[in-house]
Structure formats: C-alpha cells, structure tokens
Design a protein. Structure first.
Length: 278
C-alpha cells in the first residue's frame, strides 16, 4: 500500500496549535504519516543571508522570519505527545547534523533526505548509519548525485526508497516528468515514491500512483492564502481527502490477474449481448 505523507513542513507558521490542528486533519483525511522540517539556522544559513532584509510577521530580517518558523524541543515534545495520542506517526527532514541528532530524542521510525541535502555525502552517511527507513527526495539532482546517495545507503545496509521530486514551488504540470519514476526504479533497483509540488489538484499525484509508486508526499495547508512560500504548492484538507480516496481506488484497480479472461461479472452480460450471434 502506498504510504501517504502529509507534509506539514513549515506551513504551521510557528504556531503549535495550528500544527496540532493540521496533524488532526491529516489523521482525519487518511494520511499515514505527517512530516515536519528541522533546521539549525546558523548551520544551514550564513550570517549574511540571515541578516538580509525581509519583511515577515516576525520581523524585518531573514533571521526573524526563519526563527519564527522553527519549532524547538518544547514544541516537538508536544507534537510527539499529540501524535501518540491520536495514533499517527510523525517524522521530519533534518537539514543539518545538529538537527539530525536532535530528532534522535523521539525514536522516530523514518528519516527523510530533503532534495537540498542529497549532495551532502557526509550528512547522508550519518543518516544511513541510523539504519532507519529513509525517503530520499531527488529534486535538484542528476543521476550521478542519486547514484552516490544510493551507494551510501547500501554501504550501511540502510533501507530506503527514492522519491521523484521537482523542486519548484509550485511547478507547471508539463514539468512533472513522471517518466522518471520508472527510470529511477529500473536504474537503481529500488522502490520509488513521489514528492509533489504541483500547483493545486491531484491529477499528477494520481498518475504517479498509477505508475507504481510506494510513497506519496504532498504539502498540506489549512489555507493556501496563509503566509509562506510552500502554501501555493499545498493541498487543503478537502484536496487531500480527494487525493487519499483516489489513490486507494487506484490501488484497488491495479490489483488482479494479468491474464485476460472472461470474468464472472461479465458472463451474464456476454450471454445477453451475444445472444444474436449464432
């Protein structure tokens, strides 16, 4: 069964109550997992970048904005407690080694390699050493980048799957390039998922499901008009519910025999419609 991941990411806008509401909604519409993002700002960004001017609800610099979007131990303790209470699993993509170490506090079942991190080989090694099932996004990368990542995870015998991904927020439908799902599967002999950032709708994600993906991640928001760079590429609860229902129907439709024969549900119809044929 396709693992459906509700990517809350930073769409909670630093509001724990909003995050908890998003977790509950994710549970309600049938997501299997919810995901967040964890960064140490001073490790991920330079001082020059953090000091740049940027107007946001939290201040007028990049640092103000990014700090406002980050959860710390207090918030993640509450998230961990809430997810256990409503029985949904959570995990997060760490963007640096300090954040990876921080997430060990919660004994999470999964890791996620963000597309930005796939070229950081030292980081990949530390993730692979944990031997947790890892989703590896492949946006902003080429086949050589992916090959090196796969080699590291196989070196440490760490279970993983690749995720076809286009790192634009959002992107036009014609840029989805879903043919790469089968290319990645054949090239690296592994399971392949899809991390989608398409603008609205579920058609592309459903097409990916029909191509045999093993995981499907979409960003989730309660309101696409909210502040944030990921909101436009996110699904609302209504959209996510449609997606989950559609994917589960696709999975059912893809089951069955590969032998072409007259089915029992066709026999009476065949008898009726072919009665005139002697």
């Amino acid at each position: 069964m396709i693992k459906i991941i509700s990517e809350i990411g930073i769409n909670h806008n630093g509001d724990l109550n909003l995050a908890k509401k998003m977790i509950q909604e994710s549970k309600n519409f049938g997501a299997d997992l919810v995901k967040f993002q964890k960064r140490d700002l001073d490790l991920v960004y330079s001082k020059e970048v953090l000091d740049q001017k940027r107007e946001s609800p939290w201040g007028n610099t990049n640092r103000d904005q990014k700090k406002g979007l980050e959860f710390g131990k207090k918030e993640y303790d509450k998230i961990n407690e809430f997810c256990k209470k409503i029985k949904i699993k959570w995990f997060a993509s760490a963007w640096d080694l300090k954040s990876l170490d921080f997430l060990k506090n919660y004994n999470l079942e999964y890791n996620k390699i963000a597309s930005a991190m796939i070229i950081d080989l030292k980081f990949l090694e530390e993730v692979a050493k944990e031997k947790k099932y890892t989703f590896i996004s492949t946006g902003m990368s080429n086949m050589e980048n992916i090959k090196k990542a796969v080699e590291i995870f196989r070196k440490y015998n760490c279970p993983f799957e690749l995720m076809h991904c286009i790192s634009a927020y959002p992107f036009e439908d014609r840029k989805a390039n879903l043919n790469l799902i089968s290319v990645l599967r054949q090239s690296f002999k592994c399971d392949v998922g899809y991390s989608g950032h398409e603008k609205g709708g579920v058609a592309i994600s459903c097409a990916a499901a029909a191509l045999g993906i093993t995981s499907l991640e979409r960003h989730f928001t309660l309101d696409r008009t909210m502040y944030g760079s990921d909101q436009a590429a996110s699904l609302t609860a209504r959209g996510f519910k449609i997606l989950v229902e559609s994917v589960r129907k696709i999975e059912l439709a893809l089951k069955g025999s590969t032998t072409k024969k007259i089915l029992d549900i066709e026999e009476s119809v065949a008898k009726k419609l072919r009665a005139h044929i002697k």
